[in-house]
Design a protein around this ligand. Structure first.
Ligand SMILES: C[S@@+](CC[C@H](N)C(=O)[O-])C[C@H]1O[C@@H](n2cnc3c(N)ncnc32)[C@H](O)[C@@H]1O
Length: 229
């Protein structure tokens, strides 16, 4: 069976909660709809990352959208990492379909304290659309960033929503979040995630925004580059 047909059959058998990212063909037609689509602004911002000749790791790659995209943008080698074996099997089939040889996919769990992945180094380590509402509510942002920063001494790419409305989006209360986070990140009804992420990585890393930034609440996630401070 051609890899694309095999991929489509596999994707249908994967539970919808694991089909996060819409899968596109090379002409950008939709192969498998996911929870999140890709828009032109995201592609444009992502293309500003200097991938040419770099080695890259993409943590929580799902069906590898950003893994393949980093390769298309000139990366030397890209490793996509996820903890879901069937999703990774899908990535292998897409790799054959796209005929992209310089990407590889491996199963690792960021929550595994004995993970062997941090023994390796990459020019660019990415954590894209990984940190979301549950990570904030369950106080798992800092461990995810700690895992990420062990993988590169040169450049980290993180995408996060800048601010969450605590009641409406996180489904909790400012009081509950203040039990877990310092007051400065819980301002009125807002949780200041971008500020928290920057402080977690400081003083070792300095943030350079890749996405345009306005003041206050904005919904689309922002791409951030961190370079050694
Ligand atoms: C929200 S999706 C983001 C997908 C991808 N970065 C994108 O933007 O298209 C998160 C992915 O991370 C994976 N994941 C979640 N927790 C993980 C963990 N602890 N270790 C490795 N992968 C994990 C999930 O299986 C899922 O595919």
């Amino acid at each position: 069976m051609p890899p694309l047909q095999e991929f489509l059959a596999l994707a249908q058998s994967i539970a919808p909660e694991h089909r996060y990212r819409t899968v596109y063909d090379t002409d950008f037609s939709v192969l498998v709809p996911g929870k999140e689509a890709i828009d032109a602004d995201t592609l444009q911002v992502f293309s500003r990352i200097g991938f040419a000749g770099r080695t890259v790791v993409d943590l929580g790659c799902n069906f590898g959208f950003f893994t393949f995209e980093a390769s298309r943008l000139g990366a030397a080698r890209v490793l996509g990492v996820d903890r879901e074996a069937r999703v990774l099997a899908g990535c292998e089939l897409l790799k054959k379909h796209f005929k992209i040889d310089n990407v590889a996919f491996e199963r690792h769990d960021l929550d595994d304290p004995d993970s062997t992945l941090p023994a390796r180094q990459f020019d660019i380590a990415m954590l894209v659309e990984f940190i979301g509402k549950t990570f904030v509510v369950e106080n798992r942002v800092a461990p995810a960033l700690a895992f990420l920063e062990r993988l590169s001494r040169r450049e980290l790419i993180v995408s996060v929503q800048k601010i969450y409305w605590i009641r409406k989006e996180l489904g909790t209360t400012p009081g509950k979040l203040r039990e877990v986070y310092p007051e400065k990140y819980v301002q009125g009804g807002d949780f200041l995630l971008l500020e928290y992420v920057c402080d977690c990585l400081a003083p070792r890393w300095r943030m350079e925004p890749l996405s345009p930034m306005a003041e206050g609440y904005e919904k689309p996630r922002k791409f951030l580059r961190f370079v050694p401070a």
